[in-house]
Ligand binder design. Sequence first.
Ligand SMILES: CC(C)(COP(=O)(O)OP(=O)(O)OC[C@H]1O[C@@H](n2cnc3c(N)ncnc32)[C@H](O)[C@@H]1OP(=O)(O)O)[C@@H](O)C(=O)NCCC(=O)NCCS
Length: 161
Amino acid sequence: MAQNKEEILAALALRRLVFVNEQRLFEKDDSDEHDQRAIHINAWSRKNPLLLGTVRCYPELENPKVWWGGRLAVHPDYRIKGIGVYLIRAAVEIVKNQKADRFLASVQFQNVTLFEKLGWKSVGEPFHYHGHPHQIMEVDLNVYDASSSPNADKRQSVGIK
Ligand SMILES: CC(C)(COP(=O)(O)OP(=O)(O)OC[C@H]1O[C@@H](n2cnc3c(N)ncnc32)[C@H](O)[C@@H]1OP(=O)(O)O)[C@@H](O)C(=O)NCCC(=O)NCCS
């Protein structure tokens, strides 16, 4: 988990690279009111102080037992190495530890298969967010088995904090 302001700023910078510069999902900045109370999970390279990936999780204000994950971003140069899966698994474990009842995510439609592989299920119909198709998905916190996810062997090269 990001422990200080610098680590959170690194997460926000990587998100800008991915969601603003690469995907053009947002014009200038993707940060919002949820960032202040979110848990930011960062995956750092062990070799140098480079942030490889990030994801955030936060509880609903009205119902703090319901948590949302989002802004999952892996550095473009480090994709398909298991970092995305690593972050999704870490998010589930961390949210479980918050004694959450539910964990949901608004997933970009092209990533639905990736989440399904990890046991997430679609909730409701797809919708458009900032012009991109999304799908709300949920993982059952009672049955999720972290060890069943793919890429377990690829996770050695990154460190989560
Ligand atoms: C989506 C994203 C986070 C995936 O991260 P990643 O580190 O590249 O993914 P992983 O290496 O952990 O992928 C693990 C497996 O899922 C597969 N996978 C990756 N992206 C996938 C996708 N969009 N759909 C289906 N499978 C996918 C990989 O091929 C790999 O399969 P394998 O185990 O058979 O080799 C990354 O591509 C990214 O940052 N994309 C841009 C931002 C984005 O879309 N964020 C998610 C918003 S919901």
